[in-house]
Design a protein around this ligand. Structure first.
Ligand SMILES: *Cc1c(COP(=O)(O)O)cnc(C)c1O
Length: 387
C-alpha cells in the first residue's frame, strides 16, 4: 500500500474549495433565504418566545419534509433526546445502548435520565452501530425473559438503544430494529446530524419509536440552537409536547402542572430561522452533495486515503465530509490536521470515543475494535453548503 503524501492531500483539498476567504470552517451556517424577514417579523410583532406562528409552522414543515406524522420542536437536540428517552420508558438505573463513536450529547441524554450508557461498536460501511456485533454482544452478556432484557453482569435492565446516523450517513436501522425488537429493547434514533438523509427512501429518525433532530449552529439546518422529536405515535407526541412545556394543563388562567416538566420548548425567534432554513434546505443539500462529489473525485486518486461515501441504498445529507486514512498512513493524521490548519482549512479528527471520557470510563461496553480503528484514522473536511 502506498502512503499518503500530506502535501498532495492539502493541494487536492484546496482545489475543491473556493479560493479567497480564509479560514474556512468545518460547517458554517448559510442564511441566504428569508431568515432576516422572518426574524424581523418576530421582533416587530413581539412574538419572540415559546408561542407564536413560526414554532407551529416549523413543526409542520419538518413533518411534511421528513414524513414523520408528529413533530415537537425543542430548545436543542440534547433536550429532544432526553425527552424521547424518558418517553421511551428509560428510568434511573437502566442501561441504554449507544455507540462509543458519537458526539457526547448521545451519552449525556442517557445520563440526564439517571440511566447508564452502555457502549457498542460501529461498522465501517455506515460509521454507525453494527447490528451484527450488537446481536453477538447481547447474546454474550444479556438475558431476555418475557420481553425484558437484563445485563447479566450488572443486573440492570437494558431498556433502549440509540443508533446515531453519523455525519448524516444512515445507520442500518432496520436490522437494528429487528435485533432490539427480539429483546424488547426500544429504539430511539439520534438523527441529530441527519436532516435530509434517507434510507430506502425513508427519512432518518422515522424508523424507531421516535427520533430526534438537532438544529445547532453547525448542523445542516440551524435555528441557532434547536431540536425536534419525530414520531408516528400520537400519544407519545402529545406527552412530548406536555413534558417540554412545563407539563402545564390547559386553563384560561390557572397554573396547574401535573408532572415535573421541562422548559424545553423552542422559542419562536429560533423557529423563524428554522422556517427560512427549511425553505432553503433542498438547495443547500444540492450544494453539499456537489461539494461531496468534488471531494470524492479529487481525493479518489490519492494514495493512502479514501472518501467516506453514503452507504448503499441511502441518500446522505453529507453533513460532514470525511476521509479515512489507510491503516499504514494513520500515523500521518495529526500532520494532515496541522497542514490543513496552516492553510486556513479547518479539518478535525473524530470525537474522543465515549468510553475514554472521564465521566463514562466505568460504563459497561462491548469490544470496540472498529470504533477504535475508525477514530484513529478519520478526518472531517470542510462541508458548508456555501462552499
Ligand atoms: C448535535 C448532536 C446532538 C444534539 O446536540 P444539540 O447541540 O443539543 O442540539 C446529539 N447527538 C449528536 C450525534 C449530535 O451530533
Amino acid at each position: 500500500m502506498a502512503r499518503l503524501v500530506v502535501s498532495g492531500f492539502v493541494e487536492a483539498l484546496e482545489a475543491c474549495l473556493p479560493s479567497g476567504r480564509r479560514p474556512i470552517g468545518l460547517h458554517e451556517p448559510d442564511f441566504s433565504g428569508r431568515e432576516w424577514e422572518y426574524v424581523k417579523e418576530c421582533l416587530d410583532t413581539g412574538w419572540v418566545s415559546s408561542a407564536g406562528r413560526f414554532v407551529d409552522r416549523f413543526e409542520s414543515d419538518l413533518a411534511t419534509y421528513s414524513g414523520a406524522p408528529h413533530v415537537v420542536a425543542t430548545v436543542n437536540g440534547t433536550a429532544a433526546l432526553h425527552t424521547a428517552l424518558m418517553l421511551a420508558g428509560v428510568i434511573p438505573g437502566d442501561e441504554v445502548l449507544v455507540p462509543a463513536l458519537t458526539f457526547v450529547a448521545t451519552a449525556n441524554a442517557v445520563a440526564h435520565c439517571g440511566a447508564v450508557p452502555h457502549f457498542a461498536d460501529s461498522e465501517r460501511e455506515t460509521l454507525g452501530l453494527d447490528p451484527d456485533a450488537l446481536e453477538a454482544h447481547l447474546a454474550a452478556i444479556a438475558v431476555t425473559r418475557e420481553g425484558r432484557t437484563t445485563n447479566s453482569r450488572t443486573g440492570a435492565r437494558i431498556r433502549a438503544c440509540v443508533p446515531m446516523h453519523t455525519f448524516g450517513h444512515p445507520v442500518r436501522v432496520e436490522r437494528l430494529l429487528a435485533v432490539c425488537a427480539a429483546r424488547g429493547i426500544e429504539v430511539v434514533e439520534d438523527a441529530a446530524e441527519a436532516i435530509g438523509s434517507f434510507r430506502a427512501g425513508r427519512h432518518a429518525g422515522t424508523f424507531g419509536r421516535c427520533g430526534i433532530l438537532s438544529f445547532n449552529g453547525n448542523k445542516t439546518v440551524t435555528t441557532g440552537g434547536g431540536g425536534a422529536i419525530l414520531t408516528a405515535d400520537a400519544d407519545l407526541a402529545a406527552r412530548a409536547k406536555h413534558l417540554t412545556t412545563t407539563a402545564r394543563l390547559p386553563h384560561r388562567w390557572e397554573f396547574i402542572h401535573d408532572a415535573v416538566g421541562y422548559n424545553y420548548r423552542m422559542p419562536n425567534l429560533n423557529a423563524a430561522l428554522g422556517v427560512a432554513q427549511m425553505e432553503a434546505l433542498p438547495a443547500m443539500l444540492a450544494r453539499k452533495r456537489a461539494l461531496a462529489d468534488r471531494l470524492r473525485s479529487r481525493l479518489a486518486g490519492l494514495p493512502g486515503v479514501s472518501f467516506v461515501d453514503e452507504p448503499p441504498s441511502c441518500r446522505s445529507n453529507y453533513w460532514l465530509n470525511a476521509v479515512l486514512l489507510d491503516p499504514d498512513s494513520a500515523d500521518l493524521r495529526d500532520e494532515v490536521l496541522a497542514a490543513t490548519a496552516d492553510r486556513g482549512l479547518m479539518t478535525r479528527p473524530c470525537w474522543t470515543l465515549m468510553h475514554r471520557l472521564p465521566m463514562y470510563r466505568a460504563c459497561p461496553r462491548a469490544a470496540l475494535p472498529v470504533a477504535e480503528d475508525l477514530a484513529a484514522r478519520l478526518v472531517n473536511l470542510p462541508s458548508s453548503a456555501s462552499l
